[in-house]
Design a protein. Structure first.
Length: 294
């Protein structure tokens, strides 16, 4: 009897994912609800695993478990939502073991996608900078803390205000520097700081974040995703049908190899912005059949 129930449930799930893959427009709203349910289930499962692990594992091991659990949860979310297709030919083995990784920010889906596509073997060596208030999120906040991500304590909780509380930020910066000194350490973040309402044009990069690659002479790479704002539009249902293209590329080989006048946070942030915008323009042109995006 139990076997029949499990088999029937499996068949129903398989049939439903096949329907989702067909991208029937009349079912888009239902697909959004489905995406929400699946995401809640995978996040809750990850939360339970990480919470239990936090009582028995040492800090470094817990961080690895939390990172890999989150990766598995979000990868499962994508697997069960085939209406969202990710097109990628990224060779992750070409990413340096120590580097800074810049991501464009167009949707709440960005973190789900990025965590899902980073290889399982590598995700344990990835950390990110995130707004401190995100640590208070139900379910996700506990996972962020256990994974060892680095909160940024802004003086004001509003977009466009980048001043940080130096007293609260000092111990976080020291912990971040310790992480970067590890043999394998990838520090990823969104240099735009907020979700971009014009995804085809990158916003100005916050220059304060570029002190770190100069101090540690890190290579800088870029990761661009195009289409996240379609599958999870601002104020709309998540999980909408979309083809998402991703690209990984070198931005700066090493900061010490740049001309001296570019080895400061302002000039470096501007240079990285130019390089990433050029790559983004290239991706948009390919999606438009070779035509440049306006």
């Amino acid at each position: 009897m139990l076997g029949l129930i499990v088999g029937g449930a499996g068949l129903a799930l398989f049939s439903w994912t096949c329907v989702l893959r067909m991208r029937i427009k009349a079912l888009n709203k239902l697909a959004g609800y489905w995406f929400g349910v699946v995401t809640m289930f995978t996040l809750l499962s990850a939360f339970v695993i990480v919470k239990i692990a936090s009582f028995v594992l040492p800090r470094r091991t817990l961080e690895s478990v939390a990172c890999r659990t989150a990766k598995t949860a979000f990868a499962l979310t994508l697997l069960l939502n085939p209406q969202v297709s990710v097109r990628s030919n990224i060779e992750w083995n070409k990413l340096p073991s120590r580097c800074m990784l810049l991501l464009n920010h167009t949707s709440w889906f960005d973190s789900v996608l990025f965590t899902a596509v980073v290889p399982f073997f590598a995700i344990a060596h990835f950390r990110t900078l995130l707004k401190s208030t995100l640590l208070s999120l139900p379910l996700g906040g506990e996972i962020f803390k256990s994974a060892g991500h680095f909160p940024v304590y802004f003086m004001k909780d509003e977009d466009g205000s980048w001043a940080v509380d130096k007293d609260k930020q000092a111990p976080v910066t020291e912990r971040m520097n310790e992480f970067i000194r590890r043999p394998e350490a990838v520090l990823s973040f969104y240099p735009e700081g907020v979700v971009n309402k014009t995804p085809e044009k990158l916003q100005t990069f916050r220059r304060g974040s570029f002190v770190t690659p100069i101090e540690h002479d890190l290579p800088i790479y870029g990761f661009l995703a195009v289409g996240n704002d379609i599958t999870w539009p601002a104020g709309g249902f998540p999980g909408q049908p979309a083809d998402i293209d991703v690209r990984l590329f070198e931005v700066v080989e090493k900061t010490s190899k740049l001309p001296e006048e570019m080895q400061n946070p302002q000039a470096l942030s501007e240079h990285c912005h130019v390089v990433m915008q050029k790559e983004l323009d290239s991706m948009l042109a390919e999606r438009n059949g070779g035509k440049k995006s306006n």
